[in-house]
Design a binder for this molecule. Structure first.
Ligand SMILES: Nc1ncnc2c1ncn2[C@@H]1O[C@H](COP(=O)(O)OP(=O)(O)OP(=O)(O)O)[C@@H](O)[C@H]1O
Length: 209
């Protein structure tokens, strides 16, 4: 099994990386779906209670609760992967989760840090405009602080591979493809320049976040 986890601050490009994977026939497992499922099980609206239920799960079942509950979803997805049991996992937040996946998949787990500086993430989220907080710098600062508090900063530092997302979207996509080991041929409606081997660099403790 080949499990690729992504970690990055809000707006860094995790969703775009997941799109690249899906377009290449690599299933994507979103860790937040576990939390949304638990909200529904408790009769709560995920839009409102997501954060609280994530906290409750960690409290009740341990800091690796969300990773542990994601494991069966990863195994199911791997069985359906077009790409030799490769799965992309979106949404790691802490080193405890990273260690849980390392324990489950050994060398078959690769953690990929996606990095873009604050100003660029703010601009891109503003353009995305998915919700009001996307355009609010103060809200982004708070989201960053919350994520870092959960352990996202340490997780970024400990990633196996780093992808810089300070260039164009096409550049980013081709970097993601290089890390996923897919070429552009399978993509539809997209120009590709896959095989840009220098795109992913070993993590030397970069400072791009
Ligand atoms: N290199 C790029 N050039 C231009 N736009 C980009 C680039 N990378 C990402 N974007 C855009 O920036 C926005 C944020 O990216 P994305 O949604 O992938 O971030 P994310 O890490 O999933 O964020 P969040 O954690 O907040 O959901 C999206 O609208 C995406 O299309």
């Amino acid at each position: 099994m080949n499990v690729i986890g992504t970690v990055g601050l809000p707006g860094s490009g995790k969703g775009e990386a997941a799109n690249v994977a899906e377009a290449a026939g690599i299933p994507v497992v979103v860790m937040g779906d576990v939390i949304r499922a638990e909200c529904r099980r408790r009769g709560l609206d995920p839009a409102e209670h997501h954060g609280r239920i994530a906290g409750a799960l960690r409290e009740e079942e341990g800091d690796d609760a969300i990773a542990a509950r994601t494991l069966p979803r990863i195994r199911e997805a791997a069985a359906e992967s077009d790409r030799g049991e490769t799965v992309l996992v979106d949404g790691l937040r802490s080193t405890v989760e990273m260690e849980r996946f390392r324990e489950a998949f050994g060398d078959g787990f690769t953690l990929v840090a996606i990095r873009a500086p604050f100003e660029l993430r703010a601009e891109r989220l503003d353009a995305r405009g998915r919700d009001d907080s996307d355009s609010d710098l103060e809200a982004l600062r708070e989201r960053d602080a919350r994520e870092i508090d959960l352990g996202l900063g340490d997780t970024l530092e400990r990633a196996d591979v780093e992808i810089d997302n300070t260039g164009t979207l096409d550049e980013f996509r081709s970097r993601v493809r290089a890390v996923l080991g897919v070429d552009a041929e399978r993509e539809e409606g997209e120009e590709g320049d896959a095989g840009e081997g220098s795109a992913a660099t070993a993590n030397a403790g970069g400072d791009g976040a």
